[in-house]
Ligand binder design. Sequence first.
Ligand code: ADP
Ligand code: MG
Ligand code: MG
Length: 902
Amino acid sequence: MAAQETVDHKYVYDFSEGNKDLKDLLGGKGANLAEMTNLGLPVPPGFTITTEACQAYLATGRQPDGLAGQIEAHLESLERAMGKRLGDPRDPLLVSVRSGAKFSMPGMMETVLNVGLNDQSVVGLSAQAGQNDRFAWDSYRRLIQMFGKTVCEVPGEEFEHALDEIKSAKGTHDDLDLDADDLRGLVDAYKKIFSKHTGREFPQQPREQLDLAIRAVFESWNAERAVLYRRQERIPADLGTAVNVVTMVFGNLGPDSGTGVAFTRDPASGAQGIYGDYLANAQGEDVVAGIRNTVPLQELGQLDRASYDELLGIMARLEEHYKDLCDIEFTIERGKLWMLQTRVGKRTAAAAFVIAGQLVDEGLIDLDEALHRVNGAQLAQLMFPRFQLDHEFQPVATGIGASPGAASGAVVFTSARAVELAAEGRSVILVRRETNPDDLNGMIAAKGILTSRGGKTSHAAVVARGMGKTCVSGADDIDVNVPAKRFTVAGQTVSEGDVISIDGTTGKVYLGEVPVMPSEVVQYFEGSLDPEHIDNPLVRAVHRIMTHADGKRRLAVRTNADTGADAARARRFGAEGIGLCRTEHMFLGDRRELVERLILARAPGEREAALAALLPLQRADFEEIFREMDGLPVTVRLIDPPLHEFLPPLEQLAVNVAVAQERGEDVAKEEALLAAVRRMHEENPMLGLRGVRLGLVIPGLFAMQVRAIAEAAVSCARGGGVAKPEIMVPLVGAVQELETVRAEAEKIIAEVVGDSGVEVLIGTMIEVPRAALTAGQIAEAAEFFSFGTNDLTQMGWGFSRDDVEGAFFWRYLELGIFGISPFESIDRDGVGRLVRIAAEEGRAARPGLKLGVCGEHGGDPDSVHFFHEVGLDYVSCSPFRVPVARLEAGRAVVETGGSDSR
Ligand code: ADP
Ligand code: MG
Ligand code: MG
């Protein structure tokens, strides 16, 4: 037994041992390198250290037992296979040390290339490359730079500075103009920078370089920007990263070498074709860093036909294998193609729908899978408006449409300024030559991002797409001057604070604020675009997938609507009823006067008169809504907020009274109001006299509303329509409350409805924790439950939304107490548990009890999945969220658990 316990846990996998389904263990990069290796594609040999090793290292601060030995063994077999030894002075094996987590985190983690070079092996490398000194010293200076920056935290600018100095001494901007001697000098300069900052010489031992680099990759998991990115993307904090050790191949060996990135379809529009950037005589990271201007991938066809054809063949093969859009990184070393990375590529929302539709057409996936591959957040993005362009607006520059959307805002040039202005509530566009991970905060704060360099695969483009932010990249007519806080374009100067507009679909940049128009997806939902006849691949794909979702889903989708106009719009968006019609707006505007009379009434007669005056107004409101929702259920909530919300604020009244008194006017009415406001003041209005409590305290109030609803339904029926009212009592905590309201309501309904055939249901909101916990009793008096998850969240957690969101939510999110605000997405463990209990116990007491949700969570993708699981009958959400809820309710049915399409 003891002997067995000492058997090492396996922490290191050769590429030939893994596959694409091992992302948890090998990270996305490692799993896909293994997959490509096993497909027989040209991948440089290497091995992957698992995320488990990283987790163990981060937990204990040291490498787990057995790891060092396994790395040693895998390195030895790599050396045997390559016939070279790591850092051998005469013919060195060099490796890259690359991070790679389960979910891709572009630019977030660290990679070190050329590990194994030192003062001796640089000479060997040159000899092996045919006395190519320039190449060898270029590789060595890159190692010191990357190693210094990522492993030893030497400030990267210092290296860049030294490089700029040498370039300007030579009078050039292009690093290709530096010769071997320049680069040898640069290595010396870099070494000095290294030792100045670290207090030690640059490590000459290849194994030490390797070990330090591996450790640095582990530690980069907890670097600030990685933590920030994970929070944005809701990636769990405890996954850890894998580390890939990969034999180096060289794109910087001369003009017949190079490096590139590519997508198998356009990640912005989904259009079929080959999209990518290529850079000759360069090492990997140069392409993404935008250091020199890349050429479109198609030009590789002229430079190196054989490699280009091979690449296209591999891309086709990968698409067929992964059955999805793939992105890849490759390097060509003296005419030999090497695959360095692939993954199912990120894409815009529009591309997600278009590609899913195309793949169905191509027979690669079925409609269930297509539904699984899109999501409600993407659909929501597609419902944003776009620019309305006429001749008045001419673009001043055109870059690459890197992430779609229409954004206008004040120009800022630094991340810090973006954050500042955004905090003041202004829309800003972050303008940079190119972005890097340090710009993340500014990118989050900005409405859009504009860069003058870099392609569709630049940092700005990739990160913006992930965030769903509008981005135009590589608008190279724009000359950005960050220190002077301005850019110039087409002879004009744009300074910080000036407003510009950027179109992330077309890549066009405009001065001033361009007006916007609605999205075609919204037009389709509104019924003004016929999906069968329109030549718009996006609308066709959305139509097809939505139709499939509707066919699959079990949850009905209703809307929250208080007016006929809202109801009509929501119905066009596919709402199958109203889940929440609030009645409080019916007490506002010119009806305030009546409400004041109601509140100030001294004698029953005065109150009754006020209610009688309100009755026909309410009835007309309901008639309009029933007409729009003809044939569909309409849940009307009886009045919910505390009545003092309908009166002027205390301070204002006090001033009015004082001023009027001063003038010697008659202030009897103002004084009475002021007294009422004082009397009705509550310390915690949220927990005060509201909801059902009002109905029990103010005679005739609920009765008037019930009568208005019933009369409206009857009048609708008489007009040939079908009204299906459901009267909902808010804030019930005990069955007795509901029973009291119900007894009175039933009498009125019976009287009004007579033999009209109208049926009126009576039910309750479940929004007080006690109601959830006594749902079995409450169900005896309720024909339906509707979960008010906003109040249930407030009361479940014991905080009021208005007070807490600004006060401390940021801290709770930072500490990980919330992964996401419980008002945005339902807290499954706590508030969700209350929902579950109430659903189960309610249904047990009354089989057939209708269950729905009418809080804002009804339109949140993740929450919709939860409500599906709990077995509710419907969700209800704002009109614009209805399509999102329909889609997610369908996805909840086809959801298989694991997902590649993040
Ligand atoms: P990221 O996750 O930021 O893309 P990578 O680990 O993919 O980081 O590496 C950064 C760059 O270095 C990429 O362009 C990649 O293609 C290149 N690269 C990584 N490993 C090698 C290698 N063994 N040989 C040549 N280039 C490499
Ligand atoms: Mg990469
Ligand atoms: Mg409520």
